[in-house]
Structure formats: structure tokens, C-alpha cells
Write a protein that binds this ligand. Structure first.
Ligand code: SF4
Length: 378
């Protein structure tokens, strides 16, 4: 049931991606990379689950040192997320097989330097060290020039950004790259990836629904997008992003393989039109930037404590760090993003302050009640 894909094939370490290569299943370590032993523990969990590729995040030179140890102990194909610190690429590239950059984060440093020059730097660094690249676009962090140009048309903004970055890499003569376009809304993921694949049919695609949240809803949201895209021949590698205790991250690989097997066998699971009605809890899947592992329990507690509001059309976002937390909670009715000791609570874009992990849920429930009262007039 998965039609032949039309993309070119690229290599990432010993892994082939795209074209007639098997669809690769990957995941990401949830521990800080500077904690090399804990991160190696995550790598072992993902290796045992059969990951084709394992991603880590690097935000500092201390993380690079952790990465160095992981690299020396693991034969796996490794990829690194460079978020704002894209210049760390020179230290990271000799140690890994793929670098991921987010076009929405390139403006944070060297604001006057053209984006094209930054991409050229990344492409040159990748080429010098035999690395592939991923252009990793996230609807929660759209590059400012695209949000200005497209306003509320988020699909238009992220699809155009992806196409433009492919054009830059093509002009630079860099061919070993994949593109991902992610959001927490599976419908948006489908629309943007279909649009992108029509414009750039040669480019291998990495699929994912970001911040899909806790199982089982997180798995259902991911399945909705993957069924629609893989059945159209779109998708060469995938990650299932779930909010899980760190020692259960291997589940992401298992679920990815289960989804693939179902789709290959034509076992599609439709959802009723009402699936998207009611309370939507989105939660980040965790990565090495999580600042307190209590974040996972908090996400579970939020789900339990808000069960009474299940029929109300509201979104609550629970994010694990200060890097993406503030921006990616802006569109939610209530947002919680977690620091080492405190949780920052927001109502829309308005900050309501920082609370201890114990105080947060009661405080959030008070806000929720107020929101419901305002909506129902009760
Ligand atoms: S919100 Fe932060 S911790 Fe969660 S996946 Fe995104 S970058 Fe990682």
C-alpha cells in the first residue's frame, strides 16, 4: 500500500535514505548530551529497539564533549540538532553523520548575516566532514520573513520556506539533504508535506508530527498523518514523537515500525470526524533540552486533571524547555513550559508567572475554570 517513492537516494553514514531504500525509523535521546553517560544510556535503549538513526541535540561545547564520548562508544548512525548555535557545526560535524538545522532559528545569531551565507557555511561544513543535512522546519518556529509574508497562512509559510532552502542548497551544489516539515496538527503536516512534495519531488522527506503528546492520542495523531502521506508515496524516514518516561523511549521506534507495517499491509485506521473536537493536549516528545524529567509526569497530571473538560474546544500545550517552550505555547489557550525548578504558565501569549512543579496544576486548573466560565457564560 506504500507506492514507489520518487525521490533521489542519499547516504547518511551507512544508511540509504530515499528512492527505493527502506523507510528508516529514527528517534532522539531525551537527556542532555553533556551528560554523556545518561545519553549513552538513551542511545543503547534506541539501539536495542532497532533505531536506524539516532538524534542528539547540541547547544554548547559541553554537549560536544558528551557527543564525543557517545560517538566513541556507539556505531549507530548519528544526527545532531543544531538549533540556534548553528556555528557549533564545525565541532559537531566530524563526530556525526547528519546535521539538522531549523531555518526558523538561523536569525537568532549574526542577525545581519544573510541566511544564504549561513546555509552555505553549514553545507560546506557538512561536505567537508562527509555529513548529510536535514532542513528541519517546524510550524512552531517559522522564520520571521515567512510569517511576515504569509500572515496566518502557516502551511504556505512553511512550504515556501522548505522550497526556498532546497533552492539554496541546489544552488550551492549540495545534494545530500532531506527535508522535514512538522507541526502538532496532523492535518497541517499532511497539507504542507503534500505541497512540498509536489514542488520538490526529488527531495527525500523526513516525516513527523511534533509534540504529538502522550500515548494513545499521540500515536493516533501520528498515524493520521503517516497514513495520508505514506499512502501517497511521501516519506523516506520517520520519527514518532511521544511524551514518554526516558527509559521507555524505545517505544517510539516500536510504534514507528508498527505504523509502517500496518500501512504497508493496507491496515488503515480511520478516525471519526469528531476526533479533533474537544480538549487537545499537546506535549513535546522530550529531547536533550528537557530541564527536569518531572516534565513527563506533569504532562500526565495535566491530562488526568483536565479530563472533566474533555468536550471543550481548547488547547493546552506542555513543553519541556526554555528553547522552544515559550514560542510553541503561544498558540495554545493555556501553555506550560518547564524550567529546572519552575513551570512557566501562560494564557495565550500572556505570561501568568512561574510556579513550582507542585503548584502548577492547581494554578492551571483555576485558569481553565475561568476560561470555561468565560466561554459558557456560566
Ligand atoms: S520543547 Fe524543548 S525539550 Fe521539548 S522537544 Fe522541543 S526542544 Fe526538546
Amino acid at each position: 500500500m506504500i507506492p514507489q517513492r520518487k525521490t533521489k537516494t542519499i547516504t547518511v553514514g551507512g544508511l540509504r535514505l530515499g528512492g527505493d531504500a527502506p523507510i528508516a525509523v529514527q528517534s532522539m535521546a531525551a537527556t542532555p548530551t553533556r551528560d554523556a553517560q545518561a545519553t549513552l544510556g538513551q542511545v543503547r535503549i534506541l539501539e536495542a529497539a532497532g533505531a536506524d538513526l539516532i538524534r542528539l541535540a547540541v547547544d554548547s561545547e559541553r554537549d560536544v564533549e558528551g557527543l564525543r564520548l557517545v560517538r566513541s562508544e556507539s556505531q549507530s548512525v548519528l544526527s545532531v540538532d543544531l538549533q540556534e548555535g548553528y556555528r557549533l557545526a564545525t565541532l559537531v560535524a566530524p563526530l556525526v553523520d547528519k546535521l539538522r538545522y531549523n531555518p526558523g532559528h538561523l536569525h537568532h545569531h549574526e542577525r545581519n548575516k544573510p541566511v544564504r551565507d549561513k546555509v552555505a557555511f553549514l553545507a560546506e561544513t557538512a561536505a567537508e566532514h562527509d555529513c548529510a543535512l536535514r532542513v528541519g522546519i517546524n510550524a512552531g518556529s517559522i522564520a520571521p520573513e515567512y510569517s511576515e509574508r504569509f500572515g496566518s497562512d502557516r502551511v504556505g509559510a512553511i512550504a515556501a520556506c522548505a522550497v526556498d532552502h532546497c533552492a539554496i542548497l541546489d544552488e550551492l551544489g549540495f545534494e545530500r539533504f532531506v527535508v522535514s516539515i512538522k507541526d502538532s496538527d496532523p492535518k497541517l503536516v499532511v497539507e504542507a508535506n503534500v505541497r512540498f512534495a509536489e514542488a520538490c519531488p526529488q527531495v527525500p522527506v523526513h516525516l513527523g508530527v511534533t509534540e504529538a503528546g502522550l500515548p494513545p492520542d499521540g500515536i493516533i495523531k501520528t498515524r493520521i498523518a503517516f497514513e495520508q502521506l505514506l499512502a501517497r508515496g511521501i516519506g523516506d524516514t520517520l520519527r514518532v514523537s511521544l511524551t514518554l518516561p526516558f527509559d521507555e523511549k524505545g517505544r517510539e521506534i516500536e510504534v514507528g515500525r508498527e505504523l509502517l507495517a500496518d500501512i504497508e499491509a493496507g491496515r488503515f485506521r480511520s478516525v471519526p470526524p469528531s476526533f479533533f473536537d474537544g480538549l487537545n493536549i499537546i506535549a513535546c516528545p522530550s529531547c536533550s533540552r528537557v530541564e527536569n524529567e518531572k516534565f513527563v509526569e506533569l504532562a500526565e497530571e495535566v491530562r488526568r486533571a483536565t479530563a472533566h473538560a474533555a468536550e471543550h474546544d481548547l488547547t493546552i500545550a506542555v513543553m519541556g524547555c526554555r528553547v522552544n517552550g515559550p514560542g510553541e505555547t503561544d498558540d495554545a489557550d493555556l501553555g506550560l513550559w518547564c524550567g529546572p525548578r519552575h513551570v512557566n504558565l501562560k494564557r495565550g501569549t500572556e505570561s501568568l508567572g512561574a510556579f513550582s512543579y507542585e503548584e502548577t496544576v492547581p494554578r492551571m486548573l483555576a485558569e481553565l475554570e475561568e476560561l470555561l466560565r468565560a466561554r459558557t457564560g456560566a
